[in-house]
Design a protein around this ligand. Structure first.
Ligand SMILES: NC(=O)c1ccc[n+]([C@@H]2O[C@H](COP(=O)([O-])OP(=O)(O)OC[C@H]3O[C@@H](n4cnc5c(N)ncnc54)[C@H](OP(=O)(O)O)[C@@H]3O)[C@@H](O)[C@H]2O)c1
Length: 186
């Protein structure tokens, strides 16, 4: 599994969860160097910095994905980041007939993506999405107990900051440390 945008809150969680669900190897890609390095302790076998020179990023991403035998990409970025990442991964793929499922989850790098026709011809690329609608509410709810138990056991994956619900108005716009996840409590 390649997690694109692994330094965000959701991507950071995806790394240990992918391992937990059986991924043989997880490649974590993101920009923030400190958060990227921390992902090695959460189960990422390889990390790729997206903060370097774009051509170097393409080469590193493609090489890491190929070396890990990536067949699923969990994509929190989309837009300009994915526009480079898809050809970077496809062109360095040793076996392009092997299915590659690219899961659109988030879009912090852009809401839209122009899909080059050759991507779909030159490799077994499948673009799918994950979110409410693509996955039914019942299916999401069914997964929650096991995920909650796993996340609780892997506390280091979340920098949770508990805030009483009564303070929601002030907390909504208050500055917070990078990566901190506010959790409103009753
Ligand atoms: N479909 C679903 O069910 C679902 C579930 C959860 C989240 N999401 C979506 O997933 C996305 C991420 O959520 P999140 O909670 O992880 O957000 P977040 O904690 O705010 O993290 C976003 C991260 O994106 C990175 N980033 C922003 N622009 C980038 C760019 N141009 N290139 C590379 N990295 C970039 C930044 O990483 P650096 O700090 O390294 O720069 C930032 O930390 C959002 O769009 C969210 O709506 C969808």
């Amino acid at each position: 599994v390649l997690v694109l945008g692994a330094t965000g809150n959701a991507g950071r969680l995806a790394v240990p969860i992918a391992r937990h669900l059986g991924a043989g190897q997880v490649v974590a890609a993101g920009r923030d160097a400190t958060r990227l390095a921390a992902l090695e302790g959460l189960g990422a076998g390889r990390t790729v910095s997206l903060a370097d020179d774009p051509d170097a990023v393409d080469a590193a991403l493609g090489a890491a994905a190929d070396a890990a035998g990536v067949d699923v990409v969990v994509d929190y970025l989309w837009g300009s980041a994915t526009r480079r990442a898809i050809p970077a991964v496809l062109t360095r793929r040793s076996d392009r007939r092997r299915p590659l499922t690219w899961i659109q989850v988030g879009s912090v790098a852009g809401l839209e993506l122009a899909v080059a026709s050759e991507w779909l011809r030159a490799a077994r690329l499948e673009l799918v999405g994950s979110g409410q609608g693509a996955v039914s509410t019942a299916e999401i709810v069914a997964e929650l107990p096991a995920l909650a138990a796993h996340i609780t056991a892997e506390r280091s994956a979340i920098d949770a900051v508990p805030v009483p619900l009564a303070d929601v108005a002030a907390a909504w716009s208050a500055p917070r440390a990078a990566g901190a996840r506010v959790v409103f409590t009753p």
